[in-house]
Design a protein around this ligand. Structure first.
Ligand code: DX5
Ligand code: ZN
Length: 219
């Protein structure tokens, strides 16, 4: 059970300090947005590379960009240990996953809430992680979409069926209220943005979220 806080709602003028506030994080989730795939704009590889230099916590890049086939490898070069591309924005997901792995990072594929997992069953072994969005990508602070829960269960059973080690990440509206549902359904990596950065003690929130996920999965 891993918690990957998103810095999307942190103070962009002081990202190094914002990351230093959450030493208990398993990963730092960096949301890259290009104003085309999603209606919001954040930062690119130069900013990610600068952030990577400030922390020893590994970076988990979530690319919400149109030209993932061409752009994704730059995020491995920028120092990200995991790179997630959206299947809706990728022309050759198998080739891209192999390229990310060959460059030395974990390869991950994201699905928007309405994108089914079943067409990708046969490529699960090519992936180190699948990210199931539990909001429409683009903004932090949105309400968790319960309609994704059955897909989390189906994805987990496909992974079990194929005996793969692929992690199952959820992103969007994850909080103390919603994390148990995700863990019960089979998620094992949890992105939380506003839940962490709106907490009085963000690092304590990271640990509280992990504890809840662990006890829900054990139940
Ligand atoms: C949304 C991003 C998320 C976002 C999550 O498109 O991919 O990572 O930061 O924020 P919360 O946890 O506030 O929903
Ligand atoms: Zn994200």
């Amino acid at each position: 059970m891993q918690i990957t806080p998103s810095i999307l709602n942190a103070d962009f003028a002081d990202l190094g300090a914002e990351v230093a506030r959450i030493p208990s994080a398993d990963w730092i989730h960096v949301d890259v947005m290009d104003n085309h795939f999603v209606p919001n704009l954040t930062f690119g590889p130069a900013m990610v590379e600068a952030l990577a230099r400030t922390t020893s916590v590994p970076l988990d890049a979530h690319l919400m960009i149109e030209n993932a086939d061409r752009e994704a490898p730059a995020y491995v070069e920028a120092g990200c240990a995991s790179v997630t591309f959206h299947v809706e924005a990728t022309r050759a997901p198998v080739r891209l996953a192999r390229e990310i792995r060959a460059k030395g990072a974990r390869a991950s594929m994201a699905l928007k809430p309405a994108t089914p997992i079943e067409p990708y069953e046969d490529m699960l072994a090519e992936l180190d992680m699948v990210l199931l969005m539990t909001v429409e990508p683009g903004f932090g602070g949105q309400k968790f979409l319960d309609l994704v829960l059955p897909k989390i269960r189906r994805a987990r059973s496909l992974m079990d069926k194929h005996g793969v080690e692929t992690w199952l990440q959820v992103d969007g509206g994850v909080s103390l209220e919603t994390i148990e549902r995700c863990a019960e359904a089979g998620a094992d990596v949890f992105v939380a943005g506003s839940a962490v950065y709106s907490a009085a003690d963000p690092d304590a929130m990271v640990n509280a979220l992990r504890d809840k996920a662990v006890s829900a999965a054990d139940a």
